[in-house]
Every structure is written in C-alpha cells, then in structure tokens.
Design a protein around this ligand. Sequence first.
Ligand SMILES: [Zn+2]
Ligand SMILES: [Zn+2]
Length: 220
Amino acid sequence: MASLKTMSDNAAYRKHYRETHIGSAYLGQAHLAFAVIFSLGGIAFCISRLESVQPLEWLTIPLAFLYANLVEYAGHRWVMHRKVPGLGLVYRRHAGQHHRFFTDQHMALEGWRDCKVVLFPAILMIFFFGAFAAPLGLLLAWFATANVAWLFVIVALGYYLNYELLHLAYHLPDGSAVQRLPFLKRLRRLHHAHHRADLMAHANFNITYPIGDWLFGTKR
Ligand SMILES: [Zn+2]
Ligand SMILES: [Zn+2]
C-alpha cells in the first residue's frame, strides 16, 4: 500500500478527508436519495396547491429560473470562493475541501461515499431553503398571488435538484453512461476548467447553465 509520502498530494488529501469527514455510517446513496425525495416531494406538494394558473402567472417559471441561475453564480463566485463573514463554513467546504478533493487532474469520485464532498449536506439544504427560498415565496404570496409563490418554490426546488445531479454527473468517472448526453459533455468541460487552480476563482461559476458567466464575461 502506498505510504503517505509516496502518495500524490491529491491522494493524500482524499485519504485524510475520508478519514476525518466521512463517518462510518455515511451512505452516499442515502444522501442522494434524500436530495431527490426532499426536492421531488416538495415539488409534488407545491403542484397540488396550484389553482387555475393564469397566463401571466406562468411567467414566474422563466423569471425564477433566471433568478436561481444568478443566485447560483453569485453564491459560487462571491461566497464559495471568498471568505464572507458568517459564511466561512460554505467557503471552507467548497474552496478548502471540494477543490482540494477534486483538482482538474483528479475529477472523479471513487465510490458512493465520495458523494459527501459533492452534495450539499442535508442541514445546509434545509437552511438555504428556509433562509432564502421560503421567505421569498411568502413575500410573493403576499405581493403577487399564491400561484406565483408556489411556482417560485417549484422552480427553486427543481433548480436545486438539477444543480446537485449535474454536479454529481460532472464528477463521475470518464466513460459513465450519463456523460454520453451531448449537452452534459459541454457543461462538464466548463466545470472541469473551473477546477483548474488558476481558474477556480475567476471563471465558470455557474454549475448548471452558464447564463451568469455569459452575462458577467467569466465563461472560459
Ligand atoms: Zn465540482
Ligand atoms: Zn468552485
């Protein structure tokens, strides 16, 4: 077995991360299942609350999608790659752990348990949803209509799930079946470039669709 001295920095960090951050009871499959059930369950509930949606109310979907894309961009660019007081945990998890675990030379997971370093922890997921999506949904219900609020929450949950699934797909080993999807190949290349040490703080901050990167001129 390779000793720590003969291991590459990346292999040594991966070993250290697995030993110190992934508990013996952790199951990547359960983590992924929680994200999927939390999002799809929420979406199903919100759909059941919609009542005769008016044409103008459907506009919520593209607007909320654009909003989510810009939140993703801003969060990744200015919170995950910069120390913001009070949000140090997010910075440490992303810049300190995710980017050390996955470098442009070592982008692939090596088993289900490595999902821990890709997916948001369940507690952060509930925090972000409670702190950002739910209050805005309530404001929309107050200032607009209940349908607009439910549609907004549907998009927020759907966007979040899409983010997690795409990010996970980018970190699957080369040759995985999902990577045959043509749009996935292009998006994956953008994210791989983002994992380059010289680019990570400067380019390709959208994990999903590069709308924010295109608007701010940071697409590489
Ligand atoms: Zn990544
Ligand atoms: Zn990053």
